[in-house]
Design a protein around this ligand. Sequence first.
Ligand code: ADP
Ligand code: MG
Length: 603
Amino acid sequence: MSGRLRVALVGALITGLLLAIAVALMASTGNKALAATAVVLAINVALVVSLQTFIGNTGILSFGHVAFMGIGAFTAALLTIPPAAKKTQLPNLPSFIRDAQVPPLPAVLIASLVCLFVAALFGLVLVRMTTSAMVMATFALLITTYTVLLNWADWTRGSEGVYAVPRVMTPWLALAVAVVFIVIARLLAATWMGLQARAIREDELAAGATGIRVRASRYAFWIISASLMGAAGAIYAENVLAFDAGQFSFATTFALLAMLIIGGRESVLGSVVGAALIVLVTEMFSRVEQGFSIGGFELPRISGTVQFVLALLIILALIWKPDGIVGRREVEDLIPGLRGWAQRSTTPTPGGVPDRSGFGLDEVVLAGKGLSKSFSGVKAVQEIDIHVARGEILGLIGPNGSGKSTLLNLLSGLTAADSGTVELCGVDVTDQSVHSRALGGLGRTFQNIRLFNHLTVLDNVLAPPRSEPHEAAGLLDQLGLLDVASAEADTLAYGQQRRLEIARALSTQVSVILMDEPAAGMNEEESDVLLDDIRALAAEHRCGVIIIDHDLRLITRLCDRIQVLETGRTIAIGTPDEIVQNRAVREAYLGDAVGAEDHEGGM
Ligand code: ADP
Ligand code: MG
């Protein structure tokens, strides 16, 4: 991970350097308006980077961050306006605030803390919502905060706004601020927390099933980004002298989102590029908006020009560059050799996988007892008992719709059982959530592959909480994925994706792994190789395996024991030989199993 932080730091400093060049070019012309624009650009970078910290890492759109900008700005204003000026503007302020005068930097830090507090409270509700409800809630936060700021005239002077905020920003100071924000955002994204947030962004359900705490991760990014936004809002206030609540509403939200979406929301570089582009466009078109003359020809004022152009740019970006101008790339991805240089020798080299031979082989690692589940009348699973011991491979077969996937979902906690219990390594986990069971040593793969698609193969294996970084390369090597370790997961061939799911599950130090049709879609040769690998992995990792497949040939070759389901019930259980001889199985299953079945809709 330290190699990752080093790359992020180098990348952040180069991104900062690009911004510095732009600021220097604008500030050195001697043109006052251009120097002022340079400050606006740098402050906008700080604002967008704060927003990007949330949206980029969690993938959740927030309309609410400008509320924190407003809270931060007013906090800074109330703290830094000289007491004499506050007495005339805001006579009803409580005296401890009216008489206070705090220097600019502490004011920024206090503003940030106030936002942290507000975000921490609101976040408690927010993270309990579904993703789409969260987006709506952030929107409500924006409107509520705006309304409060507008009507709380004793503190904000309502629509008249506050003035005489001491101006401290110069182009170079604003640049320094922007670089600090860029460095924080890049380092944060490069930590394990950032990686987990992006894993959730890619697949919330799969992330939970590897033990990642979805709510905690979102909560952390929500409050961190809100604190950053509050600080950026305070810095905004320390540049504009006067402002009112109207600055913290739709127009600003829209402009910041435009910067983020057009630049590339999943990249800090994208925030900088987007901010530069939009600040330029805004400057140009706000002149048009105010009416101007070309060659003696007077153009009228056209209000709303800036909004119109921003809307147009967003639409064009969404059509041609849905991931933004720079996409998911950071600056080090654009400079050949830079990443390798900064990372030096941290490319994965396969080490050994630890020897787990101390574990007893007959210990039951997972047991379900009397498990039942109905879906609106359909008895998908009825009174099923199932268990697997460490090092044992249990095959689960049965015709389509016989309840195999549902049974795995009950065991892994993805679906709550109507009745029955689940024990993991001797602990009753019936009431535990998916991620708790994962942390307890239960891994799984999905019938429809669910990888963290836009993360690299290595990151897919590193993201789970119990993943051991020094084992990751060895694991990828065992599954034949080391050569593609730095490729994005969704660029892999189908069979490789199946293998990566297994690697990801194994990376969490599993005691038991549940595999839902890992060989589906593979040809006979590929599945033979895969099943050999599974046997070797189960032995090496000393974990129990429950594997679903409908190819009886494969299952009988691979498994120590086989359990046969039909319409939600166990109809047979035994060694492969016993199962092949079993009459009920031959009647119920064999006639149905030979043809390729269409498996849709399972997990
Ligand atoms: P299998 O994996 O053996 O093919 P499943 O466990 O996917 O079988 O499905 C068992 C039965 O439960 C099927 O009749 C299926 O239609 C039903 N079922 C599974 N999941 C759901 C669900 N989420 N909602 C409603 N019915 C479901
Ligand atoms: Mg299934």
